[in-house]
Ligand binder design. Sequence first.
Ligand code: HMG
Ligand code: MG
Length: 297
Amino acid sequence: MPILSRLPERVNVVEVGPRDGLQNEPVHVASDNKIAFIDGLAKAGIRVIEATSFVSPKAVPQLADADDVFRKVTPLPGVRYTVLVPNERGYERARNAGCSAIALFTSASEQFSQKNVNATIDETFERFAPVVERARQDGVWVRGYVSTATDCPYAGEIPPRQAVDVAARLFELGCDEVALADTIGRATPKRLGALLDIACQELPVERLALHLHDTGGLALANVMIGLDYGIAIYDAAAGGLGGCPFAPGAPGNLSTERLLKLLHGLGIETGINEDRVTDAIEQLRASNPELGVRDAA
Ligand code: HMG
Ligand code: MG
């Protein structure tokens, strides 16, 4: 059966530019510019925006203003604003700022976990347990990330079983959604397919997301593989901003503009206005011309 006949009708695009994008930019972006960027993306029709990160400001100084930024965003009805939370301390900060949706992050690779959060994978789950318990009580929505689900900058190719087991643990913990992440943009369509063969058999496909970096230029090809497996949630960053400061070789996320061109070109609905996404990233760039906006469509 041709792939065009079995595509999802609608896809949920998760905009991670304000978090994954800006966390990796060496330039200082003023809080007001970040707030305007987030508000612009919401006005473009994006329904999930990862706004910032409540991690240690020593680890990620670019997002040290998370509390201030989150408080000053103008919440649009129907938009979910998520934030990264590494531990209970981050959860408390996030809640104090008014967050009602969080994203926990762990890894399929022990080496990456150590570099990223100074903890083993098991230790990350120990940190998450009280957070998820409190989130459940508070009615807070929870996403979980599996970083290095296909490739690790330190350990190389990751066996699919290893990544699926971590994703399954995140669901068991109580995550509402789990994102499988190609942290350094090295996945090939064939190896992503091998991961999804197992993931889509064992995990709830409608609650699985793909978070693809575009280092190898194959992110869109990998989206096609994801669509073929029925995955309907994709992360992207306006302007292709981003990366991960603890993953050498992760320069850019899949650009939102390119993802929208593909999805709309396939006749898939997103509810997002491409021109308004471009306006939001251009406005950010106008106030920060040195920003590495490198991957606009
Ligand atoms: P640690 O040093 O092991 O833990 O850091 P700690 O608990 O000993 O804390 C160290 C210091 O940080 C202490 O301060 C704490 O108070 C403070 P000090 O006593 O030195 O002054 N601290 C905090 N401050 C503010 N907010 C907090 C917080 N927690 C501790 N929540 C820790 C462990 C996880 C905190 C640290 O390693 C960290 O923050 N790492 C950040 C990692 C990160 O943000 N990585 C990038 C995001 S993940 C990503 O990009 C991948 C993703 O996009 C998917 C993909 O592509 O793969 C999601
Ligand atoms: Mg990422």
